[in-house]
Write a protein that binds this ligand. Structure first.
Ligand code: UDP
Length: 320
């Protein structure tokens, strides 16, 4: 097997650092690019002494020439694959940094597509289930165009991801770029930032500290949570397939946020009580991936059930 050189933007983030780890262990040469906006150096520090791992501190919206200089300095030759994961993904984070988020998925993606074309590399763009917005079709198949508020508080994220998909298709149709698009549904696991504001880290932190579990709204809204190792498997399969996408990647096991809270209280053995807070604007009432396409075309489906995945995640939160 020939060794590939793989550049991962957002490589120090939650999903990115798991992907780096997986591919470094496979013996590939990994170039991790991150501006540490929401990613953390701790996530990758244990890989930094390895010969097949390089970290470049860089903001994807900065000039491409600057990145290319860094690549030359670090003696990186031809790049074979690029995963563009760089973007804040937690609603609280991206609403705090709306411009940075919008540009990471547009200007930043444009830079990375140009880089991929110079190297004749394949580029995979991580889009999102948010592309479906407040869905009127349930579960959501890839053919559904979505129902997104273009000027709402989530628009810096979901509209920039939708634009990113359009930009990828434009380069594919206009310039034969080698592209892949995936739509990632809610993912959880070790290395999520404890303070990132998303539901799983919040509930686990609250449960472990025996604090009140904060449900926004009445808790009847649903999400479908995928364990991170399953997602990584899906990303790598997609990258190495003949598919262009978009393809949904997520776990179709759907639950209400109230069920999620009760599960976490039970599994962690917590004494926490549930309290209800107001529901943020434009918070989707339901979300579940239809993964028939990924099952058929990639031979992929999630293997880790919620109980198993959440136990591992709670364990990590306890120890870190
Ligand atoms: N949520 C909640 N309590 C929290 C954090 C989130 O009830 O402390 C809800 C949130 O309103 C949403 C769901 O959990 O309905 C998932 O939120 P998250 O921020 O994880 O991501 P989203 O799927 O909305 O992008």
């Amino acid at each position: 097997m020939t060794i590939q050189t793989i550049l991962i933007t957002g490589g120090a983030g939650f999903i990115g650092s798991h992907l780096c780890e997986h591919l470094v262990n496979r013996g590939e040469t990994i170039v991790c690019v991150d501006n540490l906006g929401s990613g953390k150096r701790e996530n990758i520090r244990h890989m930094e002494e390895k010969k097949n791992f390089v970290f470049i501190y860089f903001d994807v919206t900065d000039s491409l020439e600057k990145l290319e200089k860094e690549l030359t300095q670090k003696k990186i030759g031809k790049i074979d694959q690029i995963y563009h994961l760089a973007s804040r993904a937690s609603p609280i984070d991206y609403q705090t940094y709306p411009v940075e988020t919008a540009l990471a998925n547009s200007l930043g993606l444009n830079n990375m597509i140009k880089l991929s074309m110079k190297h004749d590399a394949t580029i995979l763009f991580s889009s999102t289930s948010e592309a479906y917005g407040q869905p009127k079709v349930h579960p959501q198949p890839e053919e559904y165009w979505g129902n997104v508020n273009p000027v709402g508080i989530r628009s810096c994220y979901d509209e920039s991801k939708r634009f990113g998909e359009a930009l990828m298709m434009a380069y594919y149709r206009g310039h034969n770029a080698k592209i892949k698009i995936v739509r990632i549904f809610n993912t959880y696991g070790p290395k999520m930032r404890k303070d990132d504001g998303r539901v799983i880290p919040n509930f686990i932190q609250q449960a472990l500290n025996n604090e009140s579990i904060t449900i926004y709204g009445d808790g009847t809204q649903t999400r479908s949570f995928c364990y991170v190792s399953d997602l990584i498997d899906g990303l790598v399969r997609m990258m190495n397939s003949k598919e262009i996408g978009p393809k949904n990647l997520g776990n179709p096991h759907e639950m209400t946020i109230l069920e999620c809270a009760n599960n976490i209280i039970k599994i962690s053995g917590s004494a926490s009580k549930i309290i209800f807070k107001s529901l943020p604007e434009d918070d989707p009432t339901k979300r579940q991936p239809d993964i028939s396409a990924a099952r058929m075309m990639l031979g992929w489906e999630p293997k880790v059930n919620f109980e198993e995945g959440i136990k591992k995640t709670i364990e990590w939160f306890r120890e870190n």
